[in-house]
Design a protein around this ligand. Sequence first.
Ligand code: AMP
Length: 259
Amino acid sequence: MRAERAGKHISGAERLVTSDLLESVAIELVQRALQHPRGSASKIHIQVDCIKTSELASGRLPDLYNNQVVDWQHGRELAREILIAGGVSSVAVDAALQALASGPAPDGQSMRGAMLIDADSGARLEKDQTRGVRVSRMDLAPAARQQLLLALEKQGLNNPHVIEALTLAAKVIAAPTIIAELCWSDDPDYLAGYVASKHGGYQRISLLKPADEERGGRAFFVRSSKERLGALVRWLEGQPFLIERIGRIYAPRYWKGDV
Ligand code: AMP
């Protein structure tokens, strides 16, 4: 689902379901487009693609660590620390933080998709800096979704942002040439974000931006030859990816002990 208001993208969501669930999921997605905090949509696109089960890759969710910070400045400091520990260069981390803070699209607004950032040089690698790379065709299998809802509920984290972000991050970090992902939302009232990587898992950070900030986005840190970038983008955008196992959901931990 992709929703716009006066030509501007306001929300999007992906599901991967069996055909008997198509109607109920389509209704959920339309409701979601109409209830977005940025106001209701003036145009809603629903696209349905048929996918053969033989095309599906299966995956697992990363473990979720719930980091609490006092303010977004501490949040960005923590994100920086985690990314550097995960093997991203400080130049690349700073380039991503700077781009997300100032609006990563050429007009200083959010992009529709993600930036691809060279994990060493910090250079932007995506072809279109307005659209970026849109990760698509991923979802949780029904049993995994149920288990996840219960596990998140216990930690007070049962909200659509966390579920969708975990699902997207699981696919992103499954790509061999992606070192890590950094994300904070473009929803003005959703201030949490995360860093995800294969070894560090999904590190949720309670605050990564100030209230009412509409600029947000995603950075995928890549270590790849130019020749393999095309294959990476095709995989992220096109490979059906169904998550059948969830990870652990850890209790909150307080960064710098000052929350
Ligand atoms: P959200 O978490 O939905 O608020 O999205 C935050 C930002 O992540 C958006 O502004 C986009 O730049 C980016 N984004 C959203 N959905 C996707 C996606 N499917 N693939 C890649 N980037 C995305």
